[in-house]
Design a protein around this ligand. Structure first.
Ligand code: GUN
Length: 270
């Protein structure tokens, strides 16, 4: 017989804010909400029209900041051009910044001996893939191709924290291919379809492809297919480990979002 104890269990809650009608953002948001449902996280979705003002978005963020049922807030990027992304991201409460995009969280990640409340989901997922595949990072050379705030920058910081020697390659880097070909670990996050060809990859390297690009393909069912930033067919001939697109990093990003949300919910009880 169960003891006669009444207890209140609060499910973790994630607010997901989408502004506008970009098809790719709609797809990502749908996947995130579905994943929440599968694991028992309550998602609170707000869809605003493309014409929403910055103040309207800030109002939604303020409402979720104050809502004790919400432990994480995600504003899907990119936002429409008339909205200042920086202002919106800065408005998300640090305790609910499950995307890890707040400058305090990125700043903490950059400093030795400090730990951010949240690490952004895609780079965190890349590191989890590397660790779970038994790839040693300490003492290795790593190349991060791309320097975005969302992926390239935090990925480079995380690799450095694991004692890898990190080169960040970007659009103004001379000898980019040669530098990349010296790396034991490559994280590709430059947003250019199949830019990283086989000759960018050192034999035996580990390649994590963060890119997801739609390229026209009249033979495909939808008239396009999804490819990464790495030319998979060429790179797989050189790499020891390589992630596919789709189905590689994408699901890990979502898994880390769920983990961050649960961590936020737990912290709210402390
Ligand atoms: N747009 C592309 N990737 C992401 C992400 O990880 N989080 C948010 N909020 N927007 C994105």
């Amino acid at each position: 017989m169960l003891p006669n104890v009444s207890c209140l269990i609060q499910a973790p809650g994630l607010a997901v804010v989408l502004v506008g009608q970009r098809k790719d953002s709609q797809t990502y948001v749908r996947s995130k909400k579905k994943a929440c449902e599968e694991v028992g996280i309550v998602s609170y979705g707000v869809d605003l029209p493309e014409t929403a003002t910055e103040d309207e978005v800030l109002e939604v963020v303020a409402k979720f900041n104050a809502d004790p049922n919400v432990h994480g807030i995600l504003v899907q990027l990119p936002l429409p051009k008339h909205i200042n992304e920086k202002r919106v991201l800065d408005a998300i409460s640090l305790e609910k910044d499950v995307d890890g995009f707040h400058p305090n969280n990125i700043g903490e990640l950059a400093m030795r001996g400090r730990s951010p409340m949240y690490v952004s989901c895609t780079p965190k997922g890349c590191l989890e893939l590397l660790k779970r595949s038994g790839i040693t990072l300490a003492g290795k050379r790593a190349a991060v191709v791309g320097r975005s705030n969302i992926v390239g920058l935090p990925a480079a910081l995380l690799l450095q924290q694991e004692d890898a020697t990190v080169t960040v390659i970007h659009s103004r880097t001379p000898d980019a291919q040669q530098l990349c070909a010296e790396a034991d670990i490559v994280i590709a996050a430059c947003g250019k379809a199949e830019m990283i060809t086989g000759d960018w990859i050192k034999p035996g390297a580990t390649v994590i492809d963060v890119g997801i690009n739609a390229v026209d393909d009249p033979t495909a069912k939808r008239g396009y297919r999804l490819v990464g930033d790495v030319n998979f067919e060429e790179a797989k001939e050189k790499a020891a480990f390589i992630t596919p697109v789709p189905g590689g990093v994408g699901p890990m990003t979502i898994a880390m979002l769920l983990r961050n949300t649960v961590d936020g919910a737990k912290r709210s009880l402390e």
